[in-house]
Design a protein around this ligand. Structure first.
Ligand code: CDP
Ligand code: MG
Length: 777
């Protein structure tokens, strides 16, 4: 029996070996190893799927094991995402016929599989950055591979600045930078013209169709389809007729757009003034690609066209977000022109879905079934679906951007970059020649940016600033000036100001003891402060739960057809608290109770909760608890009760939320029968429709704290909690006496509270005591 198992295992290693040898990276093995031996820094680029991530670290490992230094090497390969960190380590272990955690292991926040034998460790970039606190010269590392740097994630850009300074101190360290698209030169220059190796791709040709070509094809065929439906029911004909009108309008618009200038075609906001000479239907169609809405009808017609007129092969559709995926999924399911529904396997993929683990997406579908994958840009480079022959690219992605002037995160669908378009196109043609249907005119493609803006220019910087301070890398401004593309001064200043407001930095921009504590908690500084306050004010459990949800993601799922039921479930958790945070706290508590009775699966199913997220939150809570104990805010030997005296007092929990989320405050003001919400920076804002507070007209308390303010179709606050002025007075940052001497002001005078001298004095005393507690060493 054992022998049979052994034979099976060794056969699978053999099969893997022959798979490896067919990868384009394999041809470059000798050249790669020579370059690693001869250079301190090497940049490697190549198409997605050519074997960079799975093969390059393995080549070094094999070389080192077979050589004299064998036992001494310590190879680290960073990944931007948790998903790929685990799956790649698992893949390499099985290629080597070993157990995960032996020679090859991984480490991500909360979870690791490694041992004393581990020589090749995959970790997220965030994990490596935290290791730098203890080991600033990376003395335990022999080879460092930084993967997927072309994505320009904030952590990767940050790590590259540090490495630039570190390399001269570690002449024996080998650094290998891995990039997918061909902007390798940028990184090579950054490291003093480091040598580059390019792995040529082994792909089939992919034909490019721009909107004008797509329309010509589909328009023509829809017409002939229409004729063949002559004998069919009236309803089908009417549907087909309206589709034809829509495509005709687009067709007209498409011919017109060529007469417009590049800029006019790209400026989202100016549609009305630029296009006012066009007919209403042309304008509506133009908005489909110039505005923020996606033309799903066009996407649907294109998928329909491929299914009816093109040969076999999986279709990969790139959409800009989960909303569109759901809508298109619904449309395709009822589309009668596609024919027999049993012939299609329609699969949604989205970064925050557990389905990412489903083999279905990667596996070949059963014979006679066509696989249609609906994805966001996660399928651009982090996952590879081998059998894709047709790519349908809507040309947009929901991208975050940071408006430093208004201290506002924006999340709007915008045009992707040329590099992304190339990546998307490259997803076809991995097994046979492919076709890429680009649902935007060529002129739009020509005016796209070469590359997406790096994350460091699109995100608030407070966590990064805190990190720079804790690694003692000098002043934030001068350190960040050394980045590949430095963020602007205002974004840096906003981050510093925020850190001062919450008390993490002093006036000299040095870390306070509170700031030091916040550095050790691997979460946004606001969430970190909420944890500390939870421990101090003895409502630790709620603080741990809410912090875990805010740092990871909330456990409420987005069911495709049962939105109303899901909303109702969330509201029932919130009760009359007027708080999304309380809703998620109660959901988690319900899950824990259900778990004691071993019915957590049913509980999650009935209440539209994600068991995976809740389980993840449990793990994070434990980790937060360990960290709080490490920095002396929790003494585990006292037992949980000592820290949870007020955990069921929801007013107290809301006050702790206020302490953590400050200065994210809005004022609730009565406007007739409704309530309107105002912030200091941008004036009036709306409650996000997914919030339990959406649609409520009257609130018991005058203020609201929120986790996040985002601009989509309007400016929304997400996850809000109604709070009293006392919570703000005691726990909000920076009190100043009002100019008239009759009270106190906050947020630079935006919020005013009347108070007598003695009350004012009392509040100051209490706040002073609290400061001492937060800043204890
Ligand atoms: O890093 P790069 O995109 O160049 O490719 P890779 O991740 O090293 O993957 C090389 C090939 O291995 C891919 O084409 C996949 O077919 C295969 N692979 C797999 O089957 N399962 C994984 N977990 C990872 C890779
Ligand atoms: Mg890779």
């Amino acid at each position: 029996m054992l022998f049979v198992l052994y034979l099976q295992a060794s056969n699978s290693v053999k099969a893997m070996q022959s798979f490896r040898e067919k990868l384009p990276a394999f041809q470059m093995k000798a050249e790669f190893l020579k370059a690693v031996a001869e250079n301190q820094v090497l940049v490697v680029s190549g198409e997605t799927g050519c074997g960079k991530t799975t093969q390059l670290p393995q080549f070094i490992l094999e070389e080192e094991i077979s050589g004299l230094r064998g036992a001494n090497c310590n190879i680290i390969c960073t990944q931007p995402r948790r998903i790929s960190t685990i799956s790649v380590a698992a893949r390499i272990s099985s290629e080597r016929g070993e157990n995960l955690g032996d020679t090859v292991g991984y480490q991500i926040r909360l979870e690791s599989k490694r041992s004393a034998q581990t020589r090749l460790l995959f970790c997220t970039t965030g994990v490596l950055l935290r290791q730098l606190v203890e080991d600033p010269d990376l003395n335990h590392v022999s080879h460092l591979l930084v993967d997927d740097i072309h994505e320009r994630g904030m952590n990767e850009d940050f790590l590259l600045i540090i490495l630039c300074d570190l390399l001269p101190r570690r002449p024996d360290l080998r650094l290998i930078l891995i990039s997918a698209t061909i902007n390798a030169d940028l990184f090579s220059k950054y490291f003093g013209n480091a040598p580059t190796i390019h792995i040529p791709g082994l792909t089939f040709p992919v034909a490019d169709l721009f909107l004008e070509d797509v329309l010509q094809k589909t328009h023509y065929n829809i017409k002939s389809d229409f004729d063949s439906f002559q004998g069919n029911s009236r309803r089908k004909r009417r549907e087909q007729d309206s589709k034809k009108d829509h495509l005709t309008a687009l067709f007209e618009a498409c011919s017109n757009i060529h007469t417009l200038s590049h800029e006019a075609a790209l400026v989202d906001v100016d549609i009305d003034s630029t296009y006012k000479n066009y007919s209403a239907s042309t304008r509506a169609s133009l908005e489909a690609w110039s505005g923020s809405q996606l033309d799903l009808g066009l996407v649907e017609s294109t998928v329909e066209y491929i299914c009816r007129h093109e040969g076999d092969g999986a279709i990969l559709v790139f959409l800009s977000g989960w909303d569109e995926i759901c809508k298109l999924l619904d449309k395709i399911k009822v589309n009668r022109f596609l024919g027999d529904p049993s012939k299609f396997l329609v699969l949604p993929v989205h970064g925050s879905m557990p389905t990412i683990n489903q083999r279905e997406i990667f596996d070949r579908p059963p014979p006679n079934k066509r696989k249609i994958v609906l994805a966001t840009n996660i399928a651009e480079s982090s996952i590879t679906i081998d059998d894709v022959v047709y790519v349908v690219d809507c040309g947009k992605a929901k991208e975050t951007s940071y408006d430093a002037l208004n201290k506002l995160a924006c999340l709007l669908p915008s045009w992707i970059s040329k590099a992304s378009a190339r990546q998307r196109r490259g997803r076809a043609g991995r097994v046979q020649p492919g076709v890429c249907y680009k649902l935007y005119p060529r002129i739009i493609h020509d005016s796209m940016l070469e590359y997406q803006l790096p994350e460091i220019l699109r995100t608030p910087l407070q966590e990064l600033c805190l990190h720079i301070k804790s690694l003692q890398l000098g002043t934030v401004g001068s350190f960040l000036a050394k980045a590949l593309q430095p963020p602007d001064a205002l974004s840096v200043q906003n981050a510093i100001e925020l850190l001062k407001t919450i008390g993490a930095l002093d006036d000299m921009e040095d870390l306070t003891p509170l700031g030091h504590h916040l550095c050790t908690l691997p979460v946004d500084p606001n969430i970190g402060k909420m944890l500390l306050m939870g421990a101090i004010f003895q409502c630790l459990n709620p603080a741990l739960t809410i912090a875990a949800a805010l740092a990871h993601r909330d456990p409420f799922v987005l069911p495709i057809n049962r939105k109303e039921e899901a909303d109702a479930a969330k509201r029932s958790f919130a009760g009359d608290s007027c708080s999304d945070h309380i809703a998620l706290l109660k959901a988690f508590e319900g899950y824990k109770d259900a778990k004691c009775n071993r019915r957590e699966r049913d509980f999650c199913w009935e209440n539209y909760l994600s068991p995976v997220t809740l389980q993840m939150m449990e793990g994070m809570r434990n980790q937060f608890l360990d960290l709080l104990s490490d920095i002396g805010f929790v003494n585990k030997s006292k037992g949980a009760n000592a820290y949870n005296q007020y955990s069921h007092d929801l007013e107290m929990v809301c006050a702790i939320l206020c302490a953590g989320l400050y200065p994210n405050v809005v004022q609730c003001k009565r406007r007739g029968k409704r309530t309107a919400f105002y912030t200091k920076e941008v004036g009036k804002v709306d409650i996000h429709p997914a919030s339990v507070n959406a649609g409520i007209h009257t609130f018991p308390l005058p203020y609201m704290v929120y986790s996040e303010k985002v601009k989509t179709t309007s400016i929304f606050i997400r996850d809000s909690t109604n709070i009293s002025e006392y919570a703000l007075l005691l726990f909000g940052g920076n009190l100043i006496p009002s100019k008239t001497g009759e009270g106190i002001e906050m947020l630079g005078g935006y919020l005013h509270f009347s108070a007598s001298k003695s009350v004012l004095e009392l509040i100051r005393k209490l706040r002073g005591e609290l400061d001492k507690l937060l800043n204890r060493k």
